[in-house]
Design a protein around this ligand. Structure first.
Ligand code: DHB
Length: 304
């Protein structure tokens, strides 16, 4: 692995800046291991809560123009159950970031403590799921609630806290600033965009939940704009997420201000080989342009 690719995010050392995004292949130690073997520099689990959740009925996922639309309903076995998977994942050899959600700030903190006891290297707070009531974006659309959750988690565990933000707000910068003021160590931008698709034959929304979150190439320019704006106003690393499927996409996010990137939907479209093609492409770009590290291009488009 080229030393040009090594990055440090909130104290976590990554061999390369290309991470697995939450929600895809993050539900078991075995699938996380497949992602690491494919070359990911770090992995983020599917979001875990205090209690097991079945999620919504099907259909929960549908392909649309330039992306995927999903409303899974946060299905997960609960953080207690995931302990064994986390233990297995401890042997992964790359940092494991456990994504968590809660229905109150106290619950976020309880889940965080259990995840850290089980071996999480960092936490990513999901304050941005666009459609589950009383959690996710219902927290992330209020800077006061985001600050309360971050503060509570920060005071409960001694691990880096990433906060994953929703683009479904008027001003993502004020939410990022509130998160950082409350102690966030990094910002992940962005989660999915609230969206819908309707079947013209049945004349009904396709997803059982009707409304879901859009991911994939369709949302990339929104995500790049969010990373750019956040990078200008906070002093912690920004992790870019949203529509990255090639090394060009990853470099674009870095030039906007991302210190690392996350890949999710592209795995569904192109398979796990995407980790290798993106990391090798970033490395070749750095070499060709004469840069010695990823850090040298972070925010280069963002200097006036
Ligand atoms: C789900 C959760 C999310 O955070 C998201 O962005 C999309 C879907 C879910 O499990 O439904």
């Amino acid at each position: 692995m080229s030393s040009r690719l090594a990055v440090e995010i909130a104290g976590l050392k990554l061999g390369n800046p290309v991470m697995l995004a939450s929600g895809i292949l993050g539900s078991s130690g075995m699938t996380l291991k497949r992602v690491v073997d494919a070359g990911a520099g770090a992995v983020v689990t599917k979001s875990l809560g205090l209690e097991p959740r079945e999620g919504y009925p099907n259909p929960t996922l549908v392909q649309v123009e330039c992306g995927l639309l999903n409303a899974m309903g946060l299905p997960n076995p609960g953080v207690h159950c995931f302990g064994e998977e986390i233990m297995e994942a401890k042997e992964l050899g790359v940092p494991m970031i456990v994504s968590i959600y809660g229905f109150s700030s106290g619950e976020f903190a309880d889940v965080a403590e259990i995840a850290v006891d089980a071996g999480a290297n960092a936490l990513e707070l999901n304050v941005s799921c666009p459609h589950v009531e009383k959690t996710g974006a219902e927290v992330g659309q209020s800077k006061e609630l985001v600050a309360e959750v971050v503060n509570k988690v920060k005071n409960s565990v001694n691990k880096p806290i990433f906060v994953k933000l929703t683009p479904n707000v008027a001003d993502i910068v004020e939410v990022a600033e509130a998160a950082v003021e409350a102690g966030a160590d990094a910002i992940t931008a962005i989660n999915t965009v609230r969206a819908m698709t309707i079947d013209v034959e049945t004349k009904t929304p396709i997803l059982a939940n009707k409304i879901g979150g859009l991911s994939g190439p369709a949302i990339k320019p929104i995500a790049v704009r969010c990373v750019y704006e956040i990078r200008r106003s906070v002093d912690v690393p920004v992790i870019g997420c949203g529509g990255i499927s090639t090394w060009r996409d990853a470099v674009e996010f870095m030039l906007a201000g991302a210190s690392a990137v996350q890949i999710g939907t592209a795995i569904a479209f192109s398979g796990l080989g995407v980790f290798k093609s993106v990391t090798e492409g970033i490395d070749a770009y750095l070499k060709e342009k004469g840069f010695r590290s990823v850090g040298e291009i972070v925010g280069l488009s963002n200097r006036d």
